[in-house]
Design a protein around this ligand. Structure first.
Ligand code: NAD
Length: 467
């Protein structure tokens, strides 16, 4: 169980990594720890498979994605259980992740890359082709490993590339199991799934036969990858950290709006790149919104039983980071809900709301990636827009108001890849998810996300000279 898939064969290394169940700190499984030699064998298999896959017709590629989607559907229960085991997330949320991964396969199974005719007259014909790139190294983080892995695999394969995929070392189980399930469906070497730590990721990034790196993870690692990938000028898509601001205008009803703000700030216990991480609330309704959020946080069920709505922090290193931010919260603001680690086995932290806190504190300026929400008071629109834009990150943002014209105007002034209005983190495979500033480079999802896995080739024909 949980073997790697390389060149159509299931394989393991002698070196082992322990996967810890964050709900009880027991060992959930032991998995392979790939070294440079293993990475090289996966890349070589992918290179070989690419030689024929690049020439396949798009309907063959679409058919493969449909088969992969069917595997997810047929094995949704098992894969969701594995996500619970390795991430601690509640089962409905695990099913949501499997479903989202499947929707990515389904969306890209409907796409194609037709030739565009730019000029066609008596003298010339100019065609724009979208060519595949080669071997894609796909590297994903621990917070949503199955969805974030398959949202790369689907467009990469549809565009005619082959893939070496590395799921995160602290939650690789569902992705590895998926590899076992598709072993006889995917042509040998086309999709290779390795398992290993950061060194395995680094070996993928500096491998000379990798044409593109598609990475989702921290901004810090993204910068290292950009540097390392420069050795052979690899193509890059980097989906990195976010510190999304949400701006709540005074015309909203605090009671009506609080559940949506709460739901998107604490989704997956705060371990999502594009959820509300800084909440700016207008002075007129500040106290009322804080009160509603605190009540929701205090009433939330955090744990690992069937009633639980929120799970633990996924790994110990992240828990320590979050506990540091909790300490800081008590110093730089007023904690009105939560504020502590939960006394029980596992990496559980209370859902925490912090008011009377300002920009310039680590909790507001940085990305805790845990269940801690700072709520900042504002009274001037110009001032709050400036604060939203002051971050070095620019993934998402949102504006909440009954007046869509005013909200849209504010949205247009915010420097982020996405601005949602009266919602946040509404992700969809058909809708591009762009990055700005140090939140990354490029776009995932949608048609634009597919084009990231292609190179433009222009064929420029001089008709007049044809004999
Ligand atoms: P991370 O950067 O530590 O690790 C992500 C992956 O990169 C892992 O598989 C890891 O093994 C690998 N890796 C580490 N060092 C590497 C190197 N030098 N070369 C190649 N690969 C390497 O990130 P994480 O802690 O797992 O994830 C949390 C971060 O991810 C947060 O900052 C979050 O905002 C971000 N994230 C972003 C998005 C997005 O779409 N923008 C989505 C989810 C998470």
């Amino acid at each position: 169980m949980f073997s790697m898939l390389i060149d159509g064969r299931l394989t393991e290394t002698d070196a082992r990594l322990k996967v810890i169940n964050p709900s009880d700190e027991t060992v959930a499984a032991e998995v392979s720890d790939a070294d440079r030699t293993i990475v090289d064998s996966a890349v070589q298999a992918a290179k070989q498979a690419y030689a024929s896959w690049r020439n396949t017709a798009v309907d063959e590629r679409q058919a493969l994605l449909r088969k992969l989607s069917a595997v997810l559907q047929e094995n949704a229960d098992e894969l969701a259980e594995l996500l619970v085991r390795e991430q601690g997330r509640p089962l409905p949320l695990a099913h949501f992740e499997v479903g989202l991964a499947q929707r990515y396969l389904d969306f890209y199974a409907e796409q194609s890359l037709d030739v565009e005719i730019l000029v066609d007259d008596t003298n010339s014909r100019v065609e724009l082709h979208r060519k595949s790139l080669g071997v894609v190294a796909a590297i994903s983080p621990w917070n949503a490993p199955l969805y974030l892995s398959l949202s790369k695999v689907a467009p990469a394969l549809l565009a005619g590339n082959s893939v070496v995929l590395k799921p995160p070392q602290t939650s690789p189980l569902a992705v590895l199991r998926f590899g076992e399930l598709v072993k006889d469906i995917v042509p040998a070497g086309l999709l290779n799934i390795i398992c290993g730590g950061n060194d395995a990721g680094a070996a993928m990034v500096d491998h000379p036969d990798v044409a593109k790196v598609s990475f989702t993870g921290s901004t810090e690692t993204g910068k290292v990858i950009m540097r390392e990938a420069s050795s052979s000028l690899k193509r890059l898509t980097l989906e990195l950290g976010g510190n999304d601001a949400a701006i709540v205008l005074p015309d909203v009803d605090p009671k009506a709006i609080a559940p949506a703000l709460f739901g998107t700030a604490f989704f997956n216990s705060g371990q999502v790149c594009a959820i509300i991480k800084r909440l700016y609330v207008h002075d007129d309704i500040y106290d009322a919104v804080c009160e509603e959020l605190a009540a929701l946080a205090n009433g939330a069920a955090v744990g690992d039983d069937a009633q639980s709505q929120f799970g633990p922090i996924q790994n110990k290193a992240q828990l320590d980071k979050v506990l540091g931010y909790l300490d800081e919260a008590h110093r730089s603001g007023r904690v009105i809900a939560g504020g502590k680690r939960i006394e029980r086995p596992g990496y559980f932290v209370q859902l925490t709301v912090v008011r009377d806190i300002e920009d310039g504190t680590p909790l507001v300026d940085e990305e805790p990636f845990g269940p801690i929400l700072p709520v900042v008071r504002f009274s001037s629109i110009d001032d709050v827009v400036a604060k939203a834009n002051a971050s070095t990150l620019g993934l998402g943002a949102s504006v909440w108001s009954k007046d869509l014209v005013v909200a849209s105007d504010i949205a247009s002034r915010i420097d982020s890849g996405t601005v949602w209005i009266n919602q946040h983190c509404a992700l969809d495979p058909a809708i591009p998810f762009p990055t700005r500033k140090q939140s990354g480079i490029g776009v995932e999802s949608g048609r634009e996300g597919l084009l990231e896995y292609t190179a433009v080739q222009v064929v420029n024909i001089n008709k007049a000279s044809a004999v």
